[in-house]
Design a binder for this molecule. Structure first.
Ligand code: SAH
Ligand code: SF4
Ligand code: F3S
Length: 441
């Protein structure tokens, strides 16, 4: 019997893609996946530490998973990801049950680390910086659950140092993956039946700047679009300061680039944006959005917002609401400010009480609900392009529109993996349904 692994992933899409890569490494070692952690020989938690809540979740899961040792004393419990990188040693002390630890810097060392842990040693491998040989990681394929849409990491780390954010500490400085390596993976994915490529990085718009001969992110979009079989391209996340006109042009020109853009603005007040060190003002952000809307018709915008950053006043917060009101995002991801150890905002004076954060969050969500109600009605009667990616109960299929909305239609399995035109009949804030009027590709 082959060995089995169970993996649980927290956090962002980058972390999710890291888990897909870890699964590829484990597959190459002969491990098979299981959904039941009690029958696993290896339990791995791929962690996030961007806010306090995910930190707590990891500890409570470890408390539960340690029961595996009663049944299988040789089972290995491992922790990977951003919490390991930020506070690994502290975590091992709190949870001695951990046998194995590594971060996004050294995922490619996993085979040796597992061997060490199996030999009975604690394999805790935390590095201050990414090692020279980290590109070895790309030699492994990913293991994915979605047959038609795939993430491709193009950029690691972040050089921005927003004052609230722990990511530059957990993922290191910006490193662009080489063009050849990216295109090579895209080709393999397309050969495997993938239609939609989602380029990933904490700050993808900085891609290529660190090459000896610098390239631009827009160059990457054109190159990926030239590969036969790439029907759709998405990317996450862009930073407003690096979101240059050439990227807007590329989005408008390349037919495969989806009609959606996630561009976090975090806060509306110029004073708070400065304290956050975001590098733009409210009006500069809005101007950029106007330019994008002018050039790309009906683009669906989404964003991230933090409420209750230290010293945020009611007046500052009203500027955040004003941006939401003016831009009309199709989706917002909003977070209460969470002080992260080791970041400048951690012990800034003027921390905002939790009840104020909660109140602001609620008002923000209510405003967004109202806006969504208006936006979603506009979809009714329109025709949307949808990539059908899964079945839904009975005779239904679901997929995402290029504007990143879930759409359900009636249809048989032969339509799976196809891009179809759908006439939208019903539209609610988070999903839509309609009738297939044309099968495209
Ligand atoms: N690199 C991406 C996102 C990184 S983290 C970007 O810059 O867009 C995802 C989101 O978490 C951020 O956009 C921010 O809104 C939120 N976030 C990060 N640190 C936070 C903190 N300390 N408290 C609350 N939210 C935070
Ligand atoms: Fe964090 Fe800012 Fe970098 Fe995003 S751009 S990962 S919020 S430091
Ligand atoms: Fe979390 Fe690390 Fe992503 S801290 S948001 S998993 S970069």
């Amino acid at each position: 019997m082959g060995k089995k692994y169970f993996i649980k992933t927290f956090g962002c899409q980058m972390n999710f893609n890291d888990s897909e890569r870890i699964r590829g490494i484990l597959k190459s070692m002969g491990y098979e996946p299981t959904d039941n952690w009690m029958e696993a020989d290896l339990i791995l938690l791929n962690t996030c530490t961007v806010r306090e809540k995910p930190d707590h979740k990891v500890l409570s899961h470890l408390g539960e998973y340690k029961k595996i040792k009663e049944k299988n004393p040789n089972a290995i419990i491992g922790v990977a990801g951003c919490l390991a990188q930020r506070a690994g040693w502290e975590l091992v002390q709190k949870a001695p049950v951990i046998d194995l630890m590594f971060s996004s810097f050294n995922m490619h060392h996993l085979p040796e680390l597992i061997n060490q842990a199996q030999a009975g040693y604690k394999a805790i491998a935390l590095l201050d910086e990414p090692p020279e040989d980290e590109d070895k990681l790309w030699e492994y394929d990913t293991v994915r659950d979605n047959k038609y849409c795939a993430y491709v990491t193009v950029m690691k780390g972040c050089d921005k140092n927003c004052t609230y954010c722990v990511v530059p500490k957990t993922r290191g400085k910006e490193r662009s993956r080489s063009l050849e390596s990216i295109l090579d993976e895209v080709k393999r994915l397309v050969d495997d039946g993938v239609k939609e490529i989602h380029l990933l990085g904490q700050n993808v718009t900085a891609w290529g700047k660190d090459f000896e001969k610098p390239l631009r992110f827009s160059d990457l979009l054109y190159e990926v679009s030239k590969i036969d079989g790439v029907k759709r391209i998405r990317f996450t996340t862009g930073h407003p300061s690096d979101f240059t006109d050439d990227i807007i042009e590329a989005m408008a020109e390349i037919p495969q680039v989806c009609n959606a853009l996630h561009l976090p603005f975090q806060a509306g007040s110029d004073r708070i944006l400065k304290l956050m060190d975001r590098g733009y003002t409210k009006e500069e952000y809005i101007e950029k959005i106007e330019k994008i809307k002018d050039r790309i018709k009906d683009i669906a915008l989404s964003t991230d917002i933090i409420v209750g950053f230290p010293t945020e006043t009611e007046d500052d917060f009203l500027h955040t609401l004003d941006v939401v009101e003016r831009v009309k995002f199709e989706q917002i991801f909003s977070f209460k400010f969470s002080p992260r150890p080791g970041t400048p905002a951690y012990d800034m004076e003027g921390q905002v009480p939790d009840e104020v954060k909660r109140d602001r969050m609620e008002r923000l969500l209510n405003l967004q609900k109202k806006i969504m109600g208006e936006i979603c009605k506009r979809y009714e009667g329109t025709v949307q392009e949808v990539l059908l990616e899964d079945t839904e109960n009975g005779n239904k299929l679901i997929g995402r529109s290029t504007t990143n909305k879930w759409v359900s239609v009636e249809g048989g399995k032969e339509l799976l993996g196809k891009i179809v035109k759908v006439k939208i009949e019903k539209s609610s804030p988070y999903n839509m349904s309609g009738e297939v009027v044309e099968v495209m590709a």
